[in-house]
Design a protein around this ligand. Structure first.
Ligand code: HEC
Length: 177
């Protein structure tokens, strides 16, 4: 056990020293080509210059990123930011709601408590779909909810005013999720 630990520590130490060795060799090559290899003093001043150059290189992109928000580039930068923001907001598998279903969900205010894929006050319709109800069962459940199906949720009020034909359209869509 102890031996294994020592071995892995040694491997890490070797890897670290190789990495340090590589980067310092690279630095030396870089300032040798710029300044020529010379006395230790010259090398030291060259290294200071190199470090200063690196600092500005790190600070510059940060300043450039901050600029477009108020600068003239903002129109160009905005669409790029939108596409990256939209990708995680709409993960694969989330389908757009068909216009006819969307109209009914709006008309009967189902969207006040339900979202196709996210829990709101009521469960996500995608979760309802996992219950594998028939269309008729869903129609009945909207007219006469059974809150015991959803522990942890408040009871849904019976919505008997919603025509069965409308619920059937919604139910058929729920079962496609
Ligand atoms: C005021 C909030 C609210 C509104 C409006 C609402 N629901 Fe619900 N719904 C819930 C809640 C909370 C649950 C879970 C508890 C329950 O079933 O009583 C639920 C559950 C459901 C279920 C699952 C039933 C089950 O037993 O598994 C379906 C299907 C459903 N709603 C459809 C609809 C439809 C369709 C509409 C629009 C006509 C609608 N809901 C409007 C809050 C709401």
């Amino acid at each position: 056990m102890a031996l294994k630990k020592c071995t892995s520590l040694a491997v890490i130490a070797i890897a670290a020293s190789i990495w340090i060795g590589c980067s310092s060799k690279e630095d030396k090559a870089k300032y040798d080509t710029f300044y020529g290899s010379g006395s230790k003093a010259r090398e030291e001043s060259a290294l200071t210059a190199l470090q200063a150059e690196r600092r500005t290189a790190i600070e510059k992109p940060a300043a450039e990123v901050a600029k477009p928000a108020s600068g003239a580039d903002s129109s160009k930068a905005a669409p790029a930011a939108d596409t990256t923001a939209a990708a995680p907001a709409k993960p694969a598998g989330r389908k757009a709601v068909p216009a006819e279903v969307s109209a009914l969900l709006n008309k009967h205010a189902c969207l006040a408590c339900h979202n196709p894929y996210d829990k709101v006050i009521g469960p996500a319709y995608a979760e309802v779909a996992k219950k594998n109800y028939s269309v008729d069962q869903i129609v009945e459940l909207v007219h006469a909810p059974k809150p015991e199906h959803w522990p942890g949720f408040p009871p849904m009020a019976p919505m008997t005013h919603v025509p069965k034909a409308d619920i059937a359209i919604i139910a058929t869509w729920i079962n496609t999720l």
